[in-house]
Design a protein around this ligand. Structure first.
Ligand SMILES: NC(=O)c1ccc[n+]([C@@H]2O[C@H](COP(=O)([O-])OP(=O)(O)OC[C@H]3O[C@@H](n4cnc5c(N)ncnc54)[C@H](OP(=O)(O)O)[C@@H]3O)[C@@H](O)[C@H]2O)c1
Length: 262
């Protein structure tokens, strides 16, 4: 196998929400393949801690950029910081996201807007500002969806709507920008152990056991599980893959008919 296919030396990746959880796992994976990493999030202290870790462990160049993905002006200003430092952007990982859990009848309009703006509108706007910088240069966009991109979820309906939108947006951007040699794909995580799911485990005491029993792999996912799929989708190895998605869930979706082993 030609391992150079996965080499990201001289490439620059922007990872939104790259200071925590899945985004941090992806940033580590890309850094391990030689990529310079830009972490774009609100909490600069957390971002600095993450980039210091990457520099020490992988010897890559890094940058922290302040970004609130709910704020279109903040998104508009983001690429300039990166261009000033690196002069190029090759990879965008639209990972920043949030969730709230309650029944559909209990969500306020403000909560709906906050979730949709953070998880879906941001993916459109961040991708849009990258388009002129990536056009004709083999750009890669990786959007983080969810299993709720493809199945319903009674207690997270705005979240599920946003993540279904992320998948459809992925397909549409892929079609629109294939002639510009930009590949756009999605990763759909299953149940992953991150700060986002800590609260869910507290709120739903049976959740932990359910995930362990229902997942064929027999465990929660970890941020490290995203390194490989992200490197594949960010590298030349996936140049003819676009508008598609990779489910990273330890077989959770396929395990519908799990029966106890004899
Ligand atoms: N964990 C799971 O089981 C799971 C399952 C399916 C999908 N996902 C998706 O995976 C992605 C990452 O989730 P995670 O579990 O890794 O959660 P996490 O550890 O809570 O990380 C969320 C990240 O998003 C950033 N963020 C949130 N709001 C933001 C905003 N307005 N502007 C900029 N950055 C923002 C946070 O950074 P700052 O606070 O510094 O801004 C943080 O780095 C999300 O899109 C989530 O929906 C997670």
């Amino acid at each position: 196998m030609n391992l150079k296919l996965f080499d990201l030396t001289d490439k620059v990746a922007v990872v939104t929400g790259g200071n925590s959880g899945i985004g941090k796992g992806i940033a580590r994976g890309l850094a391990g393949a030689g990529c310079s990493i830009v972490i774009a999030s609100r909490n600069l202290e957390k971002s600095r801690a993450a980039t210091e870790e990457l520099e020490q462990e992988f010897g890559v160049k890094t940058l922290c950029v302040p970004l609130d993905v709910k704020d279109s002006e903040s998104i508009r200003c983001m690429p300039e910081h990166v261009m000033q430092r690196f002069g190029r952007i090759d990879i965008l990982v639209n990972n920043a996201g949030m969730n709230r859990r309650k029944l559909p009848q209990d969500f306020s309009v403000d909560e709906w807007d906050q979730i949709l703006d953070t998880n879906l509108r941001s993916v459109f706007l961040c991708s849009q500002v990258m388009h002129p910088l990536m056009k004709g240069k083999g750009g890669k966009i990786i959007n983080i969806g969810s299993l709720t991109s493809i199945v319903g979820s009674g207690r997270t309906s705005p979240y599920a709507a946003s993540k279904a939108g992320v998948l459809q947006l992925t397909r549409s951007l892929a079609v629109a920008w294939a002639p510009d040699n930009i590949q756009v794909n999605a990763i759909l995580p299953g149940y992953i152990s991150t700060p986002l799911t800590v609260q869910a485990r507290k709120d739903f005491p049976g959740l932990d056991q359910h995930v362990l029993e229902r997942t064929p792999a027999g465990r929660w996912g970890t941020p490290e599980d995203f390194a490989g799929p992200a490197v594949f989708l960010a590298s030349r190895a996936s140049d003819f893959v676009t508008g598609d998605f990779i489910v990273v869930d330890g077989g959770y979706v396929q395990g519908l008919f799990l029966i106890p082993q004899p």
